[in-house]
Design a protein around this ligand. Structure first.
Ligand code: ZN
Length: 75
């Protein structure tokens, strides 16, 4: 669950990255900045503020994070 209210708007990020949570198999959206930071940390912080470890190999994701995706599809 994000800590922001539903009214938050995330402006469209150039080159937003989709990444699948290894534990829940839910795809989150990350900013390029967060994705880069995750490389060194080993954990990634999605736009919904979820902290997760990425699935190394996933046949298909179980679904999309409802908090991340609206920002992704704002257009
Ligand atoms: Zn998310």
């Amino acid at each position: 669950m994000g800590r922001h209210s539903k009214g938050q708007q995330v402006s469209r990020q150039r080159g937003a990255v989709e990444m699948v949570d290894a534990k829940t198999l839910i795809a989150h959206v990350l900013t390029p900045d967060a994705a880069e930071r995750g490389l060194t940390r080993g954990t990634y912080i999605a736009t919904c503020a979820e902290v997760f470890k990425p699935a190394a190999m996933v046949a298909r994701e179980a679904g999309y994070c409802p908090l991340c995706i609206p920002a992704q599809r704002s257009r």
